[in-house]
Design a protein around this ligand. Structure first.
Ligand code: URA
Ligand code: ZN
Length: 380
């Protein structure tokens, strides 16, 4: 059997124009050029912007792996990845309001499309997949929600765009905001995948306050804040009936669904025991479709779980089959701390977890590594 196709559906970029924009800012999100000749710092999380930490040490170092597509291609080669579906990294365009939002979204989306087109055109892929596709980004801060839907329709005609990446705040009021119905409608009509990704985590107080967060670096916000944020966002969507109104919406949840696979039963049980269920402040029945049905028909999960327990829960939540689970790396985040020339541990850990989870089922391994992405995202 030839080597299985490997497709990375969770892999980010900041196009150079976005990096320049971050460099010109001095509040979150921003890039700080260190005064001591050290690497520039990427300061995007609110917990990063801590005045108790010197500016030159805030956030994390940022290098060309965040913006140079050639570095992404080298990374793919090193890790045996045939094809990447690239997406703008957090916090996307969430902080760009009003008229500028649409302009930026068009710029980023056109840039992603032309990068894919140029790279694919210049690469010999020997009957395997072209190396790049993309998830676009949305002008969520545009004055009218219809502008967001218009961008969904516009990019659905671009040949390399397979979906959109979105954070959990939507237009500022979360993903159960009725204003988003027009966006869900556009995504459902175009069948573009909505890639739901965290950024804001939880308030420092949830972890014991800023001092505790600082003590453990990024561990609490990234290991716990991110997945819980995703879980809360998708649960609010579900509770507000989004999947009843848009039964064909397709949504890919980052980090194997946060904690949704583990908590789905508890969510279902709490709903069943809620005497005064009031959706959107009115006397409206709760979600009509069961969470399990939504997991099996609307939701896809990436395999960025770093362990077999998380992957097995993801499979169970999807009805026991691995055909909705898709390999990802989260590149360029989580680079090795020292071993510059080695494979990234953040990637090999996921490869190992996939093969250990499905050691009895090679078809599942082949599906998770790439076959599922090819089918679900129509990559060719
Ligand atoms: N940290 C981030 O800020 N974003 C990611 O996607 C992963 C880690
Ligand atoms: Zn990510």
């Amino acid at each position: 059997m030839s080597d299985p196709l490997i497709v990375d559906i969770h892999t980010h970029v900041y196009p150079p124009s976005y990096i320049d924009m971050l460099r010109a800012r001095n509040k979150v999100p921003y890039i700080h050029d260190a005064s001591d000749g050290g690497p520039p710092r990427l300061i995007i999380l609110s917990s990063d912007d801590d005045s108790n930490i010197p500016l030159d040490q805030r956030g994390r170092p940022v290098d060309s792996s965040y913006s140079d597509i050639k570095v992404k291609l080298d990374f793919m080669e090193k890790h045996g990845i045939d094809c990447s579906v690239i997406s703008l990294a957090n916090p996307w365009l969430d902080f760009i309001g009003e008229e500028q939002a649409s302009e930026w979204a068009q710029k980023i989306n056109d840039d992603l499309e032309s990068t894919c087109s140029q790279v694919n055109g210049a690469t010999e892929h020997k009957g395997r997949l072209p190396p790049l596709f993309a998830f676009g980004t949305l002008p969520l801060g545009a004055p009218q929600q219809v502008a967001v839907a218009d961008e969904v329709h516009r990019i659905s005609a671009l040949s390399h765009i397979r979906g959109v990446i979105m954070g959990t705040t939507g237009r500022g009021n979360g993903l159960d905001d009725p204003e988003l119905d027009v966006v869900w409608g556009a995504l459902q009509d175009t069948q573009l995948m909505l890639f739901l990704h965290p950024h804001y985590g939880l308030p420092d107080e949830a972890f014991g306050g800023p001092e505790i967060v600082r003590r453990y670096g990024h561990v609490l916000p990234l290991a716990l804040g991110f997945p819980l944020e995703t879980t809360i966002a998708i649960t609010r969507m579900y509770l507000s009936g989004v999947f009843d109104r848009f039964p064909k919406l397709r949504i890919l949840l980052a980090h194997s669904g946060g904690t949704l696979p583990f908590l789905a039963g508890r969510i279902e049980s709490c709903i069943a025991h809620e005497r005064t269920f009031q959706v959107n402040g009115g006397d409206i029945p709760g979600p009509q479709r069961s969470i399990w049905e939504v997991l099996k028909t609307n939701i896809y999960l990436d395999a960025v779980a770093y362990g077999t327990a998380g992957l097995k829960a993801a499979v169970e939540a999807g009805g026991g089959s691995a055909d909705r689970l898709l390999f990802g790396t989260d590149h360029p985040f989580f680079p090795p701390l020292n071993e510059k020339d080695e494979k990234w541990t953040s990637v090999t850990t996921n490869y190992k977890a996939i093969s250990a989870s499905f050691s009895e089922d090679q078809d599942a391994v082949v599906g998770v590594l790439g076959g599922n992405a090819v089918r679900i995202l129509n990559l060719k």
